[in-house]
Ligand binder design. Structure first.
Ligand SMILES: *Cc1c(COP(=O)(O)O)cnc(C)c1O
Length: 385
């Protein structure tokens, strides 16, 4: 098969499964309204859960950072790209989350690749929740360490896998809030199983950080768990982008030697680090509490009405509300019917989710108003008919 034939065949297979992915060019994709092609829609697709991507203090911090430092960092943090802005953000994150150290990465995807690649060797074993994010699955499957997957949130299954002999060390991997299902992990039980199995625990809290727990400290803090490795990302609740790994002092020193995505990559712009520090200050403040309360109220209203709209309520109490559809074409048709009614919703299809579990992934944010939720429920009711 030639390169051309390979590419043609792969695209044809996606098309025939109604699984071809396309990007939509929107004019504005965060906030209460998503604007596309001159029309505005109520936005139920963004991960900017707390509306911080457009917060004046965050925007201003980025502008002032750019005026002070310029727009690029100019290099890897190991050369000249680690500024006082980066150091201040790392210190603030470590203080907020109760860790000795925080290390910044340009994305959550990069942080997960770097962490697993730097830690694991051939004789080691990764034991990951079956529904872990693509960035974790990718890192694990590319790694020479063996990979075992436990049934979603099944601590008994995890404990049995931890009982199996392994020549090296073991790393248990899970998430605070699952990105496609919106449910949380039983972190206290998972941490206990990991400890009993002499394993370390890695929790990726991309969707919990900023959004849950006291001062927005996330799923681990909320469940009084302190994993050896905590990954937080800044593209969701923080409203910006980037990520950090929280860990002990010697682990941070180790990663500074061996985390290749850190060493051989340009660090985030210092202005972005300034914006992130502004975002963190809001998350920790009374305003952060108000935004989290507004989001929780939207989630409660949606969940209370979803059955009347003709859909089964899910296990999710987070901002991510999946509506199970099953069939790819039906999921696409439903998303389109909702757009026709002014609500922008994304259909998620395999391979992002398991085969036969196509769904609508609705995200709720504090930028929405009560009447927006009611309009969504009405649209769901009509579109589902
Ligand atoms: C979004 C997400 C990531 C990737 O983070 P980016 O900063 O967007 O690269 C990693 N893990 C989980 C669970 C996510 O939801």
């Amino acid at each position: 098969m030639s390169w051309q034939q390979k590419i043609d065949a792969a695209l044809a297979a996606r098309r025939s499964a109604n699984a071809l992915r396309r990007r939509t060019t929107v004019d504005q994709g965060t906030g209460r309204w998503l604007t596309f092609s001159g029309r505005r829609y109520l936005n139920f697709s963004s991960n900017d859960y707390l509306g911080l991507s457009q917060h004046p203090q965050v925007v201003r911090a980025w502008q002032q950072g750019a005026e002070r430092y310029g727009v690029g960092s100019g290099g890897s943090g190991h050369v000249s790209g680690y500024t006082t802005a980066h150091r201040a953000l790392e210190a603030a994150l470590a203080d907020w989350l109760g860790y000795a150290r925080a290390l910044l990465f340009i994305s959550g995807f990069a942080a997960n690749q770097a962490l697993i690649a730097a830690l694991m060797t051939k004789e080691d074993r990764i034991i990951a929740d079956r529904l872990s994010h693509a960035s974790l699955q990718e890192a694990a499957s590319l790694n020479p360490a063996s990979l075992r997957r436990f049934a979603h949130n099944d601590v008994g299954h995890l404990a049995r896998l931890l009982d199996q002999p392994c020549p090296g060390r073991r790393l248990v991997v899970t998430e605070g809030v699952f990105s496609m299902d919106g449910d949380g992990a039983p972190l206290a039980e998972i941490a206990r199983a990991a400890r009993d199995g002499d394993a370390w625990l890695l929790v990726d809290d991309a969707h919990g950080i900023g959004v849950t727990g006291e001062q927005g400290r996330g799923s681990c803090w909320h469940q009084r768990v302190k994993p050896e490795l905590l990954v937080v990302t800044f593209g969701k609740g923080f409203g910006v982008s980037g990520a950090a790994i929280l860990c002990a002092d010697d682990v941070a020193e180790y990663l500074l030697q061996f985390a290749r995505h850190l060493i051989y990559s340009t660090s985030m712009p210092p202005a972005q680090a300034q914006a992130l520090r502004a975002s963190l200050a809001i998350l920790r403040s009374a305003e952060g509490d108000e935004r989290r309360a507004a989001l929780a109220a939207r989630v409660a209203r949606f969940r209370a009405g979803v059955r009347r709209a003709g859909f089964a309520p899910t296990a999710s109490h987070s901002a991510i509300q999946p509506l199970w559809v099953g069939d790819n074409l039906r999921a696409l048709a439903l998303a389109q019917a909702l757009r026709d009614r002014g609500c922008w919703v994304t259909a998620i299809r395999p391979p992002t989710v398991p085969a036969g579990t196509a769904r609508l992934r609705l995200t709720l944010t504090c930028s929405q108003r009560t009447e927006d939720i009611d309009r969504l429920l009405e649209a769901l009711h009509d579109a589902g008919q």
